[in-house]
Design a protein around this ligand. Structure first.
Ligand SMILES: [Zn+2]
Ligand SMILES: [Zn+2]
Length: 346
């Protein structure tokens, strides 16, 4: 009779009974280990939180007064009957995969991850394990990303072209991670970079923890297309097409997301441009990350789970699916729901 697995899947999220904690739970629990600050992972209401040093400032900014303990990457900590450690996931600054060791077994929960370095996030680090729980947001062969430098060149050409015609460029991007990655990737010599309040607030938190980003200006009252012709405005997707954005009109709009790889999504968005840039691993990234763990068993979560599981079984893995509360829905990690996008869990 095998003993209870190291991790179990419950209606509150991934549980470690032996350690007495949950990982990224979506309902209140006593003790939560948090992979990163996106709101589908760091929820309010838990008794105690544990996250990396680099993820903590954003989590505090978003959740307010919580009991939050921090851990360095690679530091081993005993919790209950297991040993845990956090390892870079390359998704957003501070994001982690969580390794759990106990009863002679090692499991790793990936959280959200990206294998391509982006200059801001701590680069993804493969962690050897017996069982790997992998996200698969973009787990279809159609999702294959261009190198970040190529996307940045396209972005700069688009921005410079608009600026030359005296037009503002508005770029929709998630407030944590994507927005900062974009401002760090574009050429600030083209013009001023303006931000929506949600983006500016998160950017300020990241700057305060030592992350270097180009100068930005919050686009508050009195800031518009007249005061800043040819500016680049970075705003959450939900702010595009609102009265707040109208002050920059007639502007050129674009959206940066992995979903832009799907022609139907681009069409439904109706924006001028779609830049295929994601903070998640693409098809090749998922497969190389899974291989690098050396795991025999892989559970998949978030995204094209049924298809990706079958693919893994064909590759000889013992594969399963972890259901999440938002499985198959169009919920958005940053609480900026965008019904035009399928599952915008960035
Ligand atoms: Zn995330
Ligand atoms: Zn997520």
């Amino acid at each position: 009779m095998p003993s209870e697995p190291l991790l179990t899947f419950t209606d509150r999220g991934i549980c470690c009974p032996r350690g007495g904690f949950f990982i990224d739970p979506w309902r209140p629990v006593d003790r939560a280990l948090i992979t990163h600050g996106h709101s589908d992972h760091a929820r309010p209401g838990h008794g105690a939180y544990l996250a990396t040093v680099a993820a903590a400032p954003v989590i505090r900014h978003r959740l307010g007064a919580i009991r939050l303990d921090t851990i360095a990457y690679g530091e081993r900590r005993r919790i209950g009957g297991v040993t845990v450690s956090f390892h870079p996931a390359g998704h957003v600054p501070g994001s982690a995969q969580i390794r759990i060791e106990g009863a002679g077994e090692v499991w790793v929960v990936s959280g959200d991850y990206k294998t391509e370095p982006d200059t801001l996030s701590e680069p993804f680090e493969p962690v050897a394990c017996h069982t790997f729980i992998s996200e698969c947001t973009f787990g279809l062969p159609v999702f294959r990303w261009q190198p970040q430098a190529a996307i940045a060149a396209d972005l700069n050409a688009w921005w410079a072209g608009n600026a030359a015609e005296g037009r503002v460029s508005i770029l929709g991007a998630y407030a944590l991670g994507k927005a900062q990655r974009l401002m760090a990737a574009v050429d600030p010599a083209i013009g001023p970079i303006l931000t929506h309040g949600a983006v500016e607030a998160t950017t300020a938190v990241l700057r305060a923890q030592g992350i270097t980003l180009p100068p930005t200006r919050h686009a508050g009252a009195g800031i518009d297309a007249k005061s800043h012709p040819g500016a680049l405005v970075i705003a959450p997707p939900s702010a595009l097409g609102t009265p707040w954005a109208a002050r920059f009109g007639p502007a050129s709009e674009a959206f940066a997301s992995g979903w832009m790889a799907l022609r139907g999504v681009r069409r439904r968005r109706g924006h001028g441009r779609g830049f295929v840039l994601s903070d998640h691993a693409d098809w090749d990234g998922l497969n190389s990350a899974i291989r690098a763990t050396g795991a025999e068993r892989v559970f998949v979560t978030h995204g094209y789970t049924a298809i990706f599981r079958r693919w893994l079984e064909d590759q000889g893995y013992d594969a399963g699916i972890v259901a999440t509360e938002y499985q198959g829905e169009t919920a958005d990690a940053e609480a900026e729901s965008d019904p035009a996008l399928p599952g915008t869990m960035e």
